[in-house]
Ligand binder design. Structure first.
Ligand SMILES: [Zn+2]
Ligand SMILES: [Zn+2]
Length: 180
């Protein structure tokens, strides 16, 4: 697994506020990004386009991420794919701000003159993905009786269902019949 494609050298910004560098790269996604039911799988093409600007406390990365998430419909289990287009902005600090609140999330840091775009990408993608993805808005899912896809046979799932109380009565009747 090679996540170094997400690393960007900010050496050329030379800590000069106002300096800027363009970022544009495409590569196969090195690791699964997403949630259980849907994710950008490894090897899925991924592209990043934007810029990194030098600010007084660090650098500000602003970019769009394009890729594709795949998973399955939670109702009918058909494979589905979702285009991913996320706009991401993240501030990376040279050092931890001294006025950081205890309960505040730790900010991203510039390490060895590089920034890592993967953590904010992971956060943005996870936030963007539907918790219950489905193939179509009106996907009827699977038949609770036979487990087949309702969409493939919309009228064929009128399974005879016997109310359990009636079933019991029938049993009793059956016993009486048998006893005669
Ligand atoms: Zn479905
Ligand atoms: Zn059925």
């Amino acid at each position: 697994m090679n996540t170094s494609d997400f690393l960007i050298s900010v050496h050329d910004l030379k800590r000069q506020p106002g300096e800027m560098l363009a970022v544009e790269r495409s590569f196969p996604n090195p690791e699964r990004i997403g949630i259980d039911v849907i994710a950008i799988e490894p090897q899925t093409p991924l592209s990043i386009k934007g810029k990194v600007e030098s600010v007084s406390t660090g650098v500000l990365a602003s970019f769009t991420l394009r890729s594709e998430a795949t998973g399955e419909c939670v109702r009918c289990l058909d494979p589905i794919s979702l285009p991913i287009l996320a706009t991401i902005q993240e501030l990376y600090f040279y050092a931890l701000p001294p006025d950081l609140d205890e309960d505040e999330e730790l900010p991203q840091l510039i390490t060895e003159e590089r920034i890592d775009l993967l953590p904010p990408i992971r956060d943005a993608v996870i936030l963007d993905l539907p918790l219950a993805p489905h193939c179509t808005e009106e996907c009827p899912g699977l038949c609770p009786d036979c487990g087949e896809k309702v969409a493939e046979n919309p009228s064929g799932h009128d399974h005879q269902r016997i109310d359990p109380r009636w079933a019991q009565l029938r049993n009793i009747a059956g016993i009486e019949e048998a006893g005669q």
